[in-house]
Design a protein around this ligand. Structure first.
Ligand SMILES: Nc1ncnc2c1ncn2[C@@H]1O[C@H](COP(=O)(O)OP(=O)(O)O)[C@@H](O)[C@H]1O
Ligand SMILES: Nc1ccn([C@@H]2O[C@H](COP(=O)(O)O)[C@@H](O)[C@H]2O)c(=O)n1
Length: 202
């Protein structure tokens, strides 16, 4: 099994790059695990308390569960990935079954901060877009898709997102084997990654 880690700041285009890589592959060959599915269980907290969580700090992620799941997949066993709700700021009761595949892609802002997870990746990719570009994309997406309003997005950007990006996410660029610039759509870089995957699988 080939495990590929795709990191990068929020709005950098990780999900988009993953979709483009997968376009060329058959469903039974590849699946994706999102770090967002592994946010800590917040069932014991009120909605007011959940809204105040710093979701850009490594502590907000249940990395133990993610490591355990990756080990299971490597051992040839299926896993139950939690399904996350951005509206509830919590895992739902549902899970999604992921079977072992030839290629597993793990994507998320903080996945390269964790040593054990980093060591499990065969290829490490960092997706880069300028911070103003990411901010604009994030603003649009959170309002259109995640039920947020302008003030909430700007408050989160100033209080946690920007400082956590500088402290934890940007420094993990140095661990990347490949950096993909995504201020514009980058088909050349996606083609190169697809070629590397095909080559490794051959
Ligand atoms: N290269 C790009 N050029 C322009 N818009 C992009 C690009 N990549 C992604 N986007 C847009 O930016 C938003 C966030 O992209 P997404 O892939 O979800 O980022 P991430 O998963 O890193 O948070 C989406 O609306 C997407 O369509
Ligand atoms: N309840 C939550 C949990 C996380 N976030 C934000 O999501 C961002 C990570 O997801 P991407 O798809 O953008 O990589 C992260 O920056 C968190 O601030 C949230 O808003 N609410």
């Amino acid at each position: 099994m080939l495990i590929i880690g795709i990191a990068g700041g929020t709005g950098s285009g990780k999900t988009t790059v993953v979709r483009q890589i997968m376009d060329e592959m058959k469903n039974e060959e590849v699946d994706v695990i999102s770090q967002d599915s592994y946010y800590q269980d917040t069932s014991h907290l009120s909605m007011g308390e959940r809204k105040k969580i710093n979701f850009d700090h490594p502590k907000s992620i249940d990395f133990d569960l993610l490591v355990a799941h990756l080990k299971e997949l490597k051992a040839g066993n299926s896993i139950e990935e939690p399904v996350y709700s951005f509206q509830e700021h919590n895992r739902t009761k549902e899970t999604r079954t992921i079977h072992p595949r030839k290629v597993i892609i793990v994507e998320g802002i903080l996945i390269l901060t964790h040593t054990d997870i980093r060591e499990m990746f065969d290829i490490k990719i960092f997706v880069h877009a300028d911070s103003d570009e990411r901010m604009i994309r994030r603003l649009k997406r959170d309002i259109n898709e995640r039920g947020r309003d302008l003030n909430e997005v700007l408050w989160r950007y100033q209080t946690t997102l920007k400082p956590m990006h500088q402290q934890f996410i940007e420094p993990t660029k140095e661990f990347a084997d490949i950096i993909i610039p995504t201020n514009r759509h980058n088909t050349v870089a996606v083609d190169i990654v697809q070629t590397i995957i095909k080559d490794r699988l051959a």
